[in-house]
Design a protein around this ligand. Structure first.
Ligand code: NAD
Ligand code: TDX
Length: 349
């Protein structure tokens, strides 16, 4: 591996991964290929923009000619695909872009990668492909039961990765990450959304009764797991990447408010997300067998994340304008109008 194409790396996890890889591997060249959708932001790549081993290409993974040109121009031998529409609520509102990027786009990237003779293809996937689990933990061989258009589109992309491995012998690996948090996360996802709203003393719309469970993974740990699987994972295999830190949404919200010194009266119980998955939980034994260890405790990672958002208002304040406000209105205005405050009982469904 020498010349990496990292797609979707103007977004949250990809930009953290690029910074991590450029720092860790002094002999790697990293080309970012990104469509710069609403979630793509070149501010996220500012820390590496002057590095001679970094390049940026503006393009769509679903556009064959653009992908082909980038693979040739940068002599790419390895693809790590982060490019995706990533927000479940938006996939309920408007699924088209999800099928385009998360399913069709993955196919185009695989097909052009195959023709260009790349040596390794890493697909960044999600725990949501399995669906929801009441007890126990999902293993890599469990069936896919995706419940949202986002999850279904990511499952479609993964199945095509499998097909290119089986049919064409392509050297592929897949990671299925759990809910990730940390610096540079677009403030539509619950953690940065609630954090930045609470900093402004604005109400926090918790879906349903807030009793859903998510497994929280710090972005630096997610990046090092991807690095490990990229280099050490068996061709054709998938690996779960969890945080080993399950929390009910209500408890996560309370923890955030406590760190910020804000009152619980900011919590509003609002109408639930349709098809809301009750719990995600992963068995990560296969990843541990490659030698993976988490480097961050949830508490220290949460504190670092809160500090980052406090210190980097320049980053998120300009995002929370324009299209963001339109989205906020569509997603939350009616819910908030019917919301129940935190001292009432039950949910607002
Ligand atoms: P993000 O929304 O912050 O960033 C996505 C990036 O992909 C953006 O820069 C966007 O411009 C780009 N993009 C979208 N469509 C594209 C296309 N057709 N061509 C090129 N670029 C395109 O997402 P994120 O949270 O950083 O997630 C990155 C990846 O990790 C996604 O594949 C997601 O499914 C997966 N994942 C995310 C989480 C999480 O908790 N955020 C957890 C597990 C897996
Ligand atoms: O306003 C909100 N209120 C609320 O109660 C939002 C935005 C979310 N929630 C709840 C829904 C979920 O139970 O918080 C939980 C987390 O929600 P999101 O941040 O939207 O994440 P989730 O739907 O769990 O999906 C995330 O993890 C898997 C990422 O967005 C995906 O990209 C990833 O694949």
């Amino acid at each position: 591996m020498k010349n990496l194409l990292v797609t979707g790396a103007a977004g949250f996890i990809g930009s953290n991964f690029v910074r991590y890889m450029i720092h860790k591997y002094p002999d790697y060249n990293v080309t970012v290929f990104d469509k710069l959708t609403y979630a793509g932001n070149l501010d996220n790549l500012k820390p590496v923009e002057d590095n001679p081993r970094y390049a940026f290409v503006h393009g769509d993974i679903a556009e064959r000619a653009a992908v082909r040109a980038a693979l040739a121009a940068h002599d790419i031998d390895t693809i790590v695909n982060f490019a995706a529409e990533s927000h479940v609520d938006r996939s309920i509102m408007d699924p088209d872009a999800f099928i385009h990027s998360n399913s069709f786009g993955v196919y185009v990237l695989l097909d052009e990668g195959l023709k260009a003779g790349i040596e390794r293809f890493h697909q960044v996937s999600t725990d949501e492909v399995y669906g929801s689990i009441k007890e126990g933990f999902f293993k890599e061989g469990d069936p896919f039961e995706p419940n949202s258009p986002y999850a279904a589109s990511k499952a479609g992309g993964e199945l095509m990765v499998r097909a290119y491995h089986i049919t064409h012998g392509m050297n592929t690996v897949i990671t299925r990450g759990s809910n990730t948090f940390g610096p540079y996360q677009y403030p539509e996802k619950v953690m940065p959304f609630f954090l930045t709203e609470a900093l402004d003393d604005r109400p926090l719309p918790l879906y349903g009764d807030g009793m859903q469970v998510r497994d929280w993974l710090y972005v630096d740990d997610h990046c090092s797991a991807i690095d490990l699987v990229l280099h050490e994972g068996e061709p054709g295999e998938a690996y779960n990447v969890g945080g080993e830190h399950e929390m009910h949404n209500i408890d996560l919200t309370r923890a955030l408010l406590q760190i910020l010194g804000k009152p619980e009266s900011l919590i509003r119980f609002v109408a639930d997300r349709p098809g809301h998955d009750g719990r995600y939980a992963l068995d990560c034994g296969k990843l541990y067998s490659l030698g993976f260890e988490h480097s961050f405790s949830f508490e220290s990672a949460l504190a670092a994340t809160v500090e980052w958002y406090k210190a980097n208002e320049w980053w998120w304040r300009k995002i929370k304008t324009g299209e963001y406000l339109e989205y906020y209105k569509k997603q939350y205005a009616e819910r908030m109008a019917k919301a129940q405050s935190s001292d009432s009982t039950g949910s607002a469904d």
